[in-house]
Design a protein around this ligand. Structure first.
Ligand code: TXA
Ligand code: MG
Length: 354
C-alpha cells in the first residue's frame, strides 16, 4: 500500500517528516520533492532497500544512483576524499542542483553505484529533501521517481501515475522548482567532465571551477552514446510514448524562420493523415492556427521552459494526436539542459542551418 502525505514544501510539517523518516529507517521507499525533480529515496546503507528502488522503477542494474546528503560533513560518510578545489566549489554551490562524481567509500553498497568505484553525490536545496536526510541521519540514495524511460516527475501526480502501489510513501510537496534534473559533473578528471547538463549551466560551472569544463560531444544529446561516459546516458530517456519531432535552428534570432520550419513539417504530417500537436513557446504559438497547441512558456525565461518541459511531454500522451512537433531553444544557461532532454526524447530531429 502506498501512503500519500501532503506537505508544505517550505515549512514541512514535523509529523509528515517523522512518518517518512521512519519508513526510510525501516527499509521502505519514499518519493519526495527536491528542487529539481521528485526522487525515490532509500537508506543508502540498506542494500535491500536500494535494490527495491531498481526493481520498482524497472531501472537497469548498471545505471547507478545519486546519493543525497544534507551537508559537507555527511559527504565524508560516502566518499574517500574531497580535493580542495572541489571542496571550494561545493561550499559555494551546495545546497543546490549540482551532482559531483567522487571516489566512493567501501561502505557504500555496490548496488548503489552499479559496481563502479565512483559515486554521484549531491546536497539538495529543497526543505523537504533536506529535512528527510537530516531526520534519517544518513545519506539517501535516490534516482528520479519515474518509471525508467519516462520523463522525470515534477509533480506528485506524475509520481502517483508511475509508482502508486509500488512504493511505501509519496510526499506531495507540489511542483518542483527547476523541473530538470541536476547538473552532473565528474570531478575525478582534470578538467572536470560534464556528464549531464542541468540547472547549473556550463557558463556557471566554468566560473565555479575557474577553468574550461570538458564537454563530450554527446552531452548535447545528438548521438545515442554507445560508449557511455555516464552509465545512464545510453538509455532512451524522457520520452513520451507518441513520436516527437524536434525542429532545431542554429540561431533563434529570427523566430519567423522557426515558425516556417514548424509549419512545413506540420503540414507534411497533416497531409499524410496524421493528427499533430505543436509544442511551442508563448512568442510563436499563435502562428500555429490549425494544430493542437501546447506552450512551454516564454523564450525570454528558459527557467520557465525547463520547469514546464516534463509536464508538457507527459501531456502529449494524453492528447488525441499521433505525433508532436516541438520547437528547439537556444543552448545558453539552462537551455543546454532543455535541448539535451529534447534531443533524447525526440524520435526524429530536423536541423536547419541558416
Ligand atoms: O536532480 C537530480 O539529480 C534527481 C533528484 C532526485 O536528485 N536525481 C536524478 O537521478 O536525476 P537519476 O538516477 O535519474 O540520474 C542519475 C544520473 C544518471 O545519468 C547516472 O548515470 C548518473 O547520474 N550517475 C550516477 N552515479 C554515477 C557514477 N558513479 N558515475 C557516473 N555517473 C553516475
Ligand atoms: Mg532519472
Amino acid at each position: 500500500m502506498t501512503k500519500i502525505l501532503k506537505v508544505d514544501p517550505i515549512n514541512p510539517e514535523p509529523e509528515v517528516l517523522s512518518e517518512a523518516v521512519a519508513t526510510l529507517a525501516s527499509g521502505g521507499l519514499v518519493a519526495f520533492p527536491t528542487e529539481t525533480v521528485y526522487g525515490l529515496g532509500a537508506d543508502v546503507f540498506n542494500s535491500d532497500a536500494v535494490s527495491k528502488v531498481f526493481k520498482v522503477k524497472g531501472r537497469p542494474a548498471d545505471n547507478p544512483l545519486i546519493v543525497h546528503v544534507d551537508s559537507l560533513q555527511m559527504l565524508d560518510e560516502v566518499v574517500e576524499e574531497v580535493p580542495d578545489n572541489v571542496l571550494h566549489v561545493l561550499k559555494r554551490a551546495w545546497p543546490g542542483p549540482l551532482t559531483v562524481i567522487l571516489r566512493k567509500k567501501p561502505t557504500v553498497p555496490n548496488v548503489v553505484t552499479a559496481g563502479l568505484p565512483a559515486v554521484a553525490v549531491r546536497c539538495p536545496a529543497h526543505p523537504v529533501a533536506l529535512a528527510l536526510i537530516k531526520g534519517l541521519g544518513r545519506p539517501v540514495a535516490a534516482p528520479s521517481a519515474n518509471l525508467s524511460g519516462k520523463p522525470s516527475p515534477t509533480t506528485a501526480e506524475h509520481v502517483i501515475n508511475d509508482l502508486y502501489g509500488k512504493v511505501d510513501v509519496i510526499i506531495d510537496g507540489g511542483d518542483t522548482f527547476f523541473g530538470v534534473e541536476s547538473t552532473v559533473i565528474n570531478v575525478l578528471t582534470d578538467p572536470p567532465t560534464l556528464l549531464r547538463p542541468g540547472p547549473i549551466g556550463l557558463e556557471e560551472l566554468t566560473k565555479l571551477f575557474g577553468k574550461d569544463i570538458n564537454v563530450p560531444q554527446h552531452i548535447r544529446g545528438f548521438s545515442e552514446a554507445e560508449v557511455a561516459l555516464s552509465p545512464g546516458m545510453k538509455y532512451r530517456h524522457y520520452a513520451p510514448e507518441k513520436p516527437l519531432v524536434l525542429i532545431e535552428l542554429s540561431d533563434y534570432g529570427d523566430l519567423s524562420k522557426l515558425v516556417n520550419e514548424v509549419l512545413t513539417v506540420v503540414n507534411e504530417l497533416t497531409s499524410s493523415g496524421f493528427k499533430v500537436a505543436v509544442i511551442g513557446s508563448d512568442e510563436t504559438l499563435s502562428y500555429y492556427t490549425d494544430a493542437v497547441k501546447l506552450s512551454l512558456g516564454s523564450r525570454k525565461n528558459l527557467y520557465e521552459v525547463a520547469k514546464n518541459l516534463f509536464k508538457v511531454l507527459r501531456n502529449v500522451d494524453r492528447l488525441d494526436v499521433d505525433v508532436a512537433v516541438v520547437e528547439g531553444f537556444e543552448e545558453k544557461g539552462i537551455g543546454l539542459a532543455i535541448m539535451n532532454r529534447l534531443r533524447k526524447a525526440a524520435t526524429r530531429k530536423l536541423i536547419k542551418t541558416y
